[in-house]
Design a protein around this ligand. Structure first.
Ligand SMILES: [Fe+2]
Ligand SMILES: [Fe+2]
Length: 179
């Protein structure tokens, strides 16, 4: 298995979640309301799975290794775009969390912001995934020997191994911080 395989498998789950969000967007449109608990769960998926676990492997391992190499201008440019898109995704998710808090506190107008931010995520994310799957990952592979690619794959598994512990430690930290 090549190192990019787990990243691409993760893309497929993110795409399935985007389909779920699209369906909920249609319901928001027709019913003019949303279940804030769904938004919480979508945010958790985006922050813990798509951002921390998935972007974490991309940025902390793949991009870090690529940074140590002489990239072609085009590849460096795409990598910078991808990093900016990760930042944009985080900002959109933050705005979504804020809108959900306002909605929960009775601000009906916040529904428009929840829908707009969910829509933004479903619009930009598929293009980001396609850029990585079809363009960036294949050209990145050329900068690594087979051994280097396998070393990255091993580091990916190690990164994943820590994620469940990080998630629940942060949950407990959060509860204790609130006391
Ligand atoms: Fe990415
Ligand atoms: Fe990705």
């Amino acid at each position: 298995m090549q190192a990019r395989a787990p990243l691409m498998i993760e893309h497929r789950l993110i795409e399935r979640m985007l389909l779920v969000i699209r369906k909920v967007l249609t319901e928001i449109e027709s019913k003019q309301r949303v279940d804030p608990v769904f938004v919480d769960k979508a945010v958790d998926f985006i922050q813990v799975y798509a951002d921390r676990t998935h972007h974490g492997k991309e940025e902390d391992i793949l991009f870090r290794e690529l940074n140590n190499r002489q990239l072609r201008t085009k590849d460096r440019h795409i990598m910078e775009e991808l990093i900016e898109e990760h930042v944009f995704g985080r900002q959109t998710t933050k705005a979504l969390v804020e809108a959900n808090t306002r909605y929960r506190n009775g601000d009906e107008n916040a529904l428009t912001d929840i829908a707009a931010n969910l829509q933004t995520l479903t619009d930009f994310y598929p293009r980001h995934i396609e850029k990585e799957d079809k363009e960036f990952f294949p050209s990145s592979r050329n900068y690594f020997t087979d051994e280097e690619d396998q070393a990255m794959l091993a580091e990916f598994w190690e990164f994943d191994r820590n994620m469940i512990h990080e998630k629940y430690k942060s949950l407990v930290d959060g509860f204790q911080g609130q006391q």
